[in-house]
Design a protein around this ligand. Structure first.
Ligand code: 13P
Ligand code: SF4
Length: 346
């Protein structure tokens, strides 16, 4: 079945020629990554989208990534997501309307301060637009520290959303661990106005349900079973897990870490399982282990991009029919682009 599908994908791609480029996130399945023109982390893929001149950008990733590609590409280019079901739950944890009303409370609590909002790339376009409207910007896991530095040049406090773990890990990296206040929009007791007034960094209470499941016990177990193992984790992991690891970084940092390892080294990977599996295939000379072998480390949103859907959208494009085009509303697009451009410039 896979051979037949591969032939269909290749035939459609031949028909489409330079009209199509396929971008694939590191968490995509092997059958998607193998057909991608570029594979990388969220930041690298946004750069590739900006540089692409193909008429169609087919995105192996999740909705917020395809939205960002639509914002960054020209108006005559179409961004296509092979499945409309591929939505990152973390992005849904900070809805623009909800943030808008929290913003009123937060700015009132810290009325003497200039607060700069930073949203992680894992958010929808309307939230990116909101951040731009308040002088803020977007960041990814590879440049969050630089986004914080930019924000502290412009203002006194940062509101970081949606991922509290990336926010906390970035605060530690910048030596600002004592400056954190948390803002839990779902808990009436989770919003302490005094804490907000006193702290430089306010963290929205969102998280990734894949990375949050890694625990320090997983690191302890792996070190016990493989005493020579090194551990690399994504900064969406809890603070304790990051502290217990040897290296922390974006999915591209994880890839580079394994690519640069000596052949006799062992690396345990604390991120989505598909990337761990790719690293095992790409670097057979290195011993690559999942930090935790449980199936829960599979991102259900990324998994929605089924290779059969890729074959379908490409065959349809080759016949002149567009499906699953991701289009950001014009009123959000302009401002969201400002927030993304600020990131691309830092
Ligand atoms: P990267 O930006 O590191 O590729 O991460 C994206 C993501 O969704 C992690 O869960
Ligand atoms: Fe979202 Fe987590 Fe999946 Fe990344 S791994 S797309 S943050 S749910």
């Amino acid at each position: 079945e896979e051979d037949e599908r591969t032939e269909r994908i290749e035939a459609a791609l031949e028909e489409l020629g330079d009209d199509v480029v396929i971008l694939g996130h590191n968490y995509q399945r092997r059958e998607i990554v193998e057909h991608a023109d570029f594979v990388g982390d969220s930041y690298q893929l946004s750069k590739q989208a900006a540089a692409a001149d193909a008429e169609y950008v087919v995105f192996g990733g999740v909705t917020f990534m395809a939205e960002s590609a639509d914002i960054i590409t020209d108006d005559d280019q179409a961004v296509i997501l092979p499945s409309m079901e591929a939505s990152c739950p973390m992005a849904g944890m900070a809805e623009a309307l909800q943030v808008d009303s929290a913003w009123a409370e937060i700015t009132e609590a810290a009325s003497d301060a200039d607060i700069v909002p930073i949203t992680y790339m894992n958010s929808y376009a309307d939230l990116k637009a909101f951040c731009a409207s308040q002088g803020g910007l977007v960041c990814t896991s590879s440049n969050a520290h630089r986004a914080f530095e930019y924000a502290f040049e412009k203002g006194d406090k940062v509101l970081f959303l949606p991922d509290k773990h990336l926010g906390e890990n970035t605060a530690h990296r910048l030596g600002m661990a004592d400056e954190i206040a948390e803002w839990d929009p779902w808990d009436p007791d989770g919003k302490d106005a005094d804490e907000v007034a006193e702290s430089d960094i306010i963290l929205w209470d969102g998280y990734c349900q894949v990375h949050e499941r890694f625990r320090v016990e997983h690191v302890d177990e792996i070190r016990e079973e493989h005493p020579d193992a090194n551990v690399v984790v994504h900064p969406e992991c809890r603070r304790e897990v990051v502290e217990a690891a040897d290296v922390v970084g974006s999915t591209s940092t994880i890839c580079e870490t394994v690519a640069q390892a000596d052949p006799d080294e062992t690396w345990a990977i604390g991120t989505e399982i598909h990337l761990t599996n790719h690293l095992q295939r790409w670097h057979p000379e290195v011993t690559v282990l999942p930090l935790c072998g449980e199936a829960c480390m599979d991102c259900n949103a990324m998994r929605q991009i089924d290779p059969n859907y890729l074959a379908w959208v490409l065959e349809e494009l080759a016949e002149g029919r567009e499906h699953n085009v991701i289009e950001v509303a014009p009123e959000e697009k302009e401002l969201a682009e400002v927030a993304l451009d600020r990131m691309l410039e830092i």
